[in-house]
Design a binder for this molecule. Sequence first.
Ligand SMILES: NC(=O)c1ccc[n+]([C@@H]2O[C@H](COP(=O)([O-])OP(=O)(O)OC[C@H]3O[C@@H](n4cnc5c(N)ncnc54)[C@H](O)[C@@H]3O)[C@@H](O)[C@H]2O)c1
Length: 279
Amino acid sequence: MDKFKNAGAVITGAGSGIGRQLALKLASLGASLAISDIDQDGLDQTEKLIRDLNSDAKVVATSLDVSNREAVFAYAEQTKNDLGTVNLVINNAGVALSSGTLIETSVDDFEWLMSINFSGVLYGTKAFLPILDNASWGHIVNISSLFGFIGVAEQSAYNASKFAVRGMTEALRQELELANSHISCTSVHPGGIKTSIAANARVAKELTEDDTKLREGFEAFAMTTAESAAEQILAAVLKDRRRLVLGMDAKFIDWVQRHFPNHYQKVMQWFITRALAKM
Ligand SMILES: NC(=O)c1ccc[n+]([C@@H]2O[C@H](COP(=O)([O-])OP(=O)(O)OC[C@H]3O[C@@H](n4cnc5c(N)ncnc54)[C@H](O)[C@@H]3O)[C@@H](O)[C@H]2O)c1
């Protein structure tokens, strides 16, 4: 992990969950950090945790809404000045919508989610690519999901956003290789990670009893901690992986959808029904 010592690292959505753990791990490895989030309180807590861990850590914390295109491009320029060199950009900020069929989900809610989970990643990637070009090495990590491989009932907006992140990142990876660039990128596909994402999800429709169970039971049901997710993401950067499928649940379901592309949807329905029965 020496590669990260003195590297300049940018993490969006660092006020909670996976983003916070990435920030803490990178700070412990001696990276200079630009952390951001739309949630100022969460961001302040992350900054404090970093300073408690390493009082010498270089950390710049900025309130940023990744769905605001002008703000993200201005932030990238500001970060270049703040850090001097930027090597690693982790487009991590993301949101969820509590269950709702496509019919029940309003176009406004669908577009709200896309503006953060997809456009936020697009802006972060586009704004930082020219800045990474000036560094001796550069890497972009875009956080997609297991739901970037499989469609799941009542997750159409989240699915659309995470499929889009995967498609864009895989295309970018090939473009960078064809151009012999010193910049690389990785698409990350977590399964269930113990974070607040489900509890903070925007509600698309009135919640049923099952929806409430899934929302409240998510952290217990998720198999992987945010700390372990952060470690695996940084290890994937070191290995220059194209794709990281994160967690046994994600690996199993990814295997199922690759081997049974026409039948995985039935397996998913069985999986969710069993999980609900156990809650
Ligand atoms: N937790 C999981 O099971 C899981 C699974 C697959 C993928 N993911 C993805 O991992 C990423 C991190 O999620 P997490 O699980 O740590 O959730 P989390 O809710 O703990 O953290 C997400 C962070 O993003 C921030 N955020 C939300 N909207 C924002 C905006 N417009 N601008 C800037 N920041 C914003 C939130 O304030 C929060 O701090 C997300 O992209 C999520 O979709 C999570």
